[in-house]
Write a protein that binds this ligand. Structure first.
Ligand code: ZN
Length: 234
């Protein structure tokens, strides 16, 4: 059966706990790639709760920059500051942190510093999440499976609801627009969820502005003939 790796970026938001409960109830594991800038005392407790309930907390930088527009030193700082907060969440939860995982904002791997950043992540003990059997040509042509940071293959694009660009285009506005994206069958264009040929890495977001989309999207994913799993790690 097709496998889906569920990843949730850009949290933690004040709605995270409710989302965790929803996923837990449905037995859907997930990786949460969090932004350091959103971790405060209140949201730290959501991270601890997530860890205690077997979710994985991962690193998505501190302030979500395009890594190709910042210096190498700033890039290291973005990664390390957030990792400290994640370490704190694991230590507060009493659960050992088994994995150090990272995803670049916007999949911008740092431009001219790309190799140095991959080496830096390795030297800091970050691991590669092994997403198996992703067969899309674009995924293989871009070597998305090779690097240590995590890619994705289906982006739910909830942020389109509050991004100026998409408002101008009048593209995605209501819940049904997002649900119909899940049912779009264009595997090589990033809409492969209907195809049984490849597994998928689904990217959802933990934004405050779109929290009401979370449960309908999860319900829709749950009805697909797929299995929800966590990756193996190298
Ligand atoms: Zn992001």
């Amino acid at each position: 059966m097709k496998k889906i790796y569920l990843t949730i970026d850009d949290g933690p938001s004040c709605h995270m706990r409710k989302k965790l409960d929803y996923l837990f109830k449905k037995n859907m594991p997930a990786l949460w790639y969090c932004r350091g800038e959103y971790i405060d005392n209140a949201t730290m407790s959501h991270l601890v709760y997530a860890i205690k309930n077997n979710f994985i907390i991962a690193n998505h930088s501190f302030s979500h920059p395009y890594f190709s527009t910042i210096t190498f030193k700033q890039a290291m700082d973005e990664i390390l500051r957030t990792e400290k907060l994640i370490e704190k969440a694991y230590s507060l939860s009493g659960v050992p942190q088994k994995y150090k995982l990272f995803r670049f904002p916007f999949l911008d791997k740092g431009g001219k510093y790309k190799k140095e950043l991959q080496d830096f992540l390795k030297s800091e003990g970050f691991q590669k999440a092994c997403f198996e059997n992703i067969t899309y040509k674009y995924y293989q042509n871009n070597n998305f499976g090779e690097d240590i940071d995590a890619p994705w293959t289906f982006d739910a694009c909830e942020y389109a609801l509050f991004s100026k660009k998409s408002m101008e285009k009048r593209s995605l506005f209501v819940v049904d627009d997002f649900i119909s994206r899940i049912h779009t069958d264009l595997p090589e264009k990033g809409f492969g969820l209907m195809s049984q040929d490849s597994n998928d890495i689904v990217l959802l977001h933990d934004f405050n502005q779109t929290h009401f989309l979370f449960e309908p999207i999860i319900d829709c994913l749950e009805r697909l003939p797929v299995e929800f799993v966590l990756p193996e790690f190298l």
